[in-house]
Design a protein around this ligand. Structure first.
Ligand code: IPE
Ligand code: IPE
Ligand code: MG
Length: 257
């Protein structure tokens, strides 16, 4: 792993309180198309330049002690983009996995996915299965790629699965609770995100993790994804550490030990 060497990064990292690092950070990586447009290039060039920040964000998260990093890489709605762009994104996924899997494994990264991965091209499914198999024993950080994912797709699946179990007599209505809903979502096994980051200046959720972000802290930055750097992740974590999470309680309740 490329260690943090820039003085700015080191300075920011040193300010992070290791005892209060968000366990799970979710990121809506947005702005690749606008970045490319600014460079006078095709949108696809923006996606190609969106790989370096993924690598750096993963390194920065690992250095800060984050245990779960979840990246919104391709939404259910993104299937409606021009075919050439969708094809390029799928090809980029396959190539990136092939190039990065050794490094991921060496760095103790466990790769995971959420979303309707059955709908991905066979080459992507094969590459993902291989990479997940290869890294399944790692435990330093879990990197979850949301692929063909949308929160409503996931919630619909969960509701159908519960409804079927009730109809078949395997489940009683009173047994449906938050824990069961957690179990039936594709995010089961992941803690709820503590911090949600979105780049590119848009301040919306775009169908990401609607159930899971109930109490996440939100952090928006105008930086376009291809320009995102380690220092931005460290800044987001520092900002998170200055917030007071109250979970519906009073300030007094959360500050009195
Ligand atoms: C995010 O960048 C990448 C994906 C959604 C796959 P965009 O491609 O949405 O970039 P903008 O929002 O058009 O600038
Ligand atoms: C959200 O970005 C999806 C991903 C980052 C993969 P979009 O660019 O698709 O979202 P909207 O269309 O601006 O809401
Ligand atoms: Mg976008």
């Amino acid at each position: 792993m490329k260690e943090t060497t820039s003085p700015t990064d080191r300075h920011l990292l040193a300010q992070i309180d290791p005892a209060r690092v968000p366990a799970h950070i979710a990121v809506i990586m947005d702005g690749n198309g606008r970045w490319a447009e600014q460079q006078g290039e095709h949108r696809i060039s923006g996606h190609l330049n969106g790989v370096r920040p993924i690598r750096d964000t993963l390194t920065a998260a690992t250095e800060a002690g984050v245990k779960y990093l979840t990246l919104y890489a391709f939404s259910t709605e993104n299937w409606n983009r021009p075919k050439a762009e969708v094809d390029a994104l799928m090809e980029l996924l396959v190539n990136t996995l092939a190039n990065e899997v050794d490094e991921l494994d060496r760095n103790g990264v466990r790769l995971h996915t959420i979303g309707d991965t059955d709908s991905l091209p066979g080459t992507c499914r094969t590459a993902l299965t291989k990479a997940m198999e290869r890294t399944k024993g790692n435990s330093r950080i879990t990197l979850t790629l949301a692929l063909s994912y949308s929160a409503r797709w996931d919630i619909l699946r969960m509701v159908r699965s519960i409804a079927t179990d009730i109809r078949e007599g395997r489940l009683q209505t009173f047994a449906v609770n938050e824990a069961l809903i957690d179990q039936r979502l594709s995010t089961h096994g992941l803690p709820d995100p503590d911090l949600l980051i979105r780049t590119s200046g848009e301040q919306r959720i775009s169908n990401f993790l609607l159930w899971e972000i109930a109490y996440a802290e939100l952090w928006f930055t105008p930086v376009l994804w291809p320009d995102f750097q380690k220092q931005h992740l460290f800044q987001a974590i520092l900002d998170f550490q200055h917030r007071e999470r109250r979970f519906g309680l009073t300030r007094e309740q959360v500050t009195t030990p």
